[in-house]
Design a protein. Structure first.
Length: 330
């Protein structure tokens, strides 16, 4: 009371508020923001406490800085809380964006040797339509040397023609397989396996595959909305899909987010994205950081870190069988 002001922050009442009698902590609750550290178990608007559990307080879902006893108090406090809420929500979003996706997804590892497949994966692996597995070329060559002519993972006979392969893919799509659904989308996109090119149908399949958990589908949806292929161009949606994929460990999506930040002049954020994608083994990210270093936008230490992380990622993908496959020109 009096000039002591709010007990939870440094606010003290001014003369006008003293004259009006608004000098109690409860009356000033709508002027302060309660940090949710467990010691401020009161409503940010009216000051009511939980009172032994009689009143159930709920966190602000956007920022989790304050608690409310009900919807009415949350609405009444919205004007005072909006700015801090928006700022903290953005901080939490950034924390998730740059803390997640630092490891490649499981689908980027060969199921035979369990090593990560070098980027770009299409160049260094073979896709099996029978089991929807991507096998590194080292394991394919090693299996052939042992006389294995069928699928090296599930041992099913390989399809003899496009029609057989398409039937295998459609059978897996019917079972809601995310990889098969994305694969069928790719076939429509490029007009393969006897299908007519149909980007709209491809986007429909990408969307379904993304809902089923395909990271590659998220990345390609981002590309579709970026270029306006099969859908109306929408950069906000492109960023949304790339962000989701990047947080799952997709290096290409992280690379694209870095480009967007660099175009806006947000070089620190671009650098953060490219450092992560370099660690995932994306060569273009290392080159971008090199250019930033030469322009004075990145430090020598950051450039050295990118080179080291990238080389470590490349070394992790190496094996004797993969070297042999490369030597044979497979």
């Amino acid at each position: 009371t009096g000039r002591k002001g709010c007990l939870r922050c440094s606010w003290t009442p001014g003369r006008e508020e003293e004259r009006r009698g608004r000098t109690t902590p409860a009356a000033s609750m709508n002027r302060c923001i309660a940090v949710d550290d467990g010691s401020t178990d009161v409503c940010a608007n009216c000051g009511k406490g939980s009172e032994g559990g009689a009143i159930k307080l709920k966190n602000c879902t956007a920022c989790r800085l304050v608690k409310y006893c009900g919807v009415d108090c949350q609405k009444a406090h919205r004007k005072q809380h909006k700015k801090a809420c928006k700022q903290r929500a953005a901080e939490l979003k950034d924390e998730r964006l740059f803390s997640q996706g630092r490891e490649r997804p499981e689908a980027h590892f060969c199921p035979i040797c369990t090593l990560p497949i070098p980027l770009p994966m299409n160049k260094h692996s073979v896709f099996m339509a029978c089991c929807m597995k991507r096998i590194c070329k080292g394991c394919v060559v090693a299996a052939k040397k042992r006389g294995m002519l069928d699928c090296v993972f599930c041992r099913a006979p390989l399809p003899e023609n496009d029609a057989d392969m398409l039937a295998m893919v459609r059978a897996r799509v019917a079972k809601k397989d995310s990889v098969a659904t994305f694969c069928l989308g790719q076939k429509y996109r490029f007009g393969e396996l006897g299908l007519q090119k149909d980007m709209r149908r491809a986007v429909e399949l990408y969307t379904e595959a993304a809902e089923l958990g395909s990271v590659e589908a998220l990345y390609n949806l981002g590309n579709a909305y970026d270029l306006g292929k099969g859908v109306q161009q929408d950069m906000a949606k492109a960023v949304e899909f790339w962000t989701k994929a990047a947080m799952e460990g997709h290096a290409g999506s992280r690379l694209n987010l870095g480009y967007l930040e660099a175009e806006k002049g947000n070089y620190n954020r671009a650098l953060k994205h490219w450092l992560i994608s370099a660690k995932l083994g994306h060569e273009d990210s290392v080159e971008n950081i090199k250019r930033m270093f030469m322009r004075g936008l990145a430090t020598k230490e950051q450039h050295a870190e990118a080179l080291k992380e990238y080389q470590d990622a490349v070394d992790e993908t190496k094996s004797h069988d993969r070297d042999e496959a490369k030597r044979l020109g497979y």
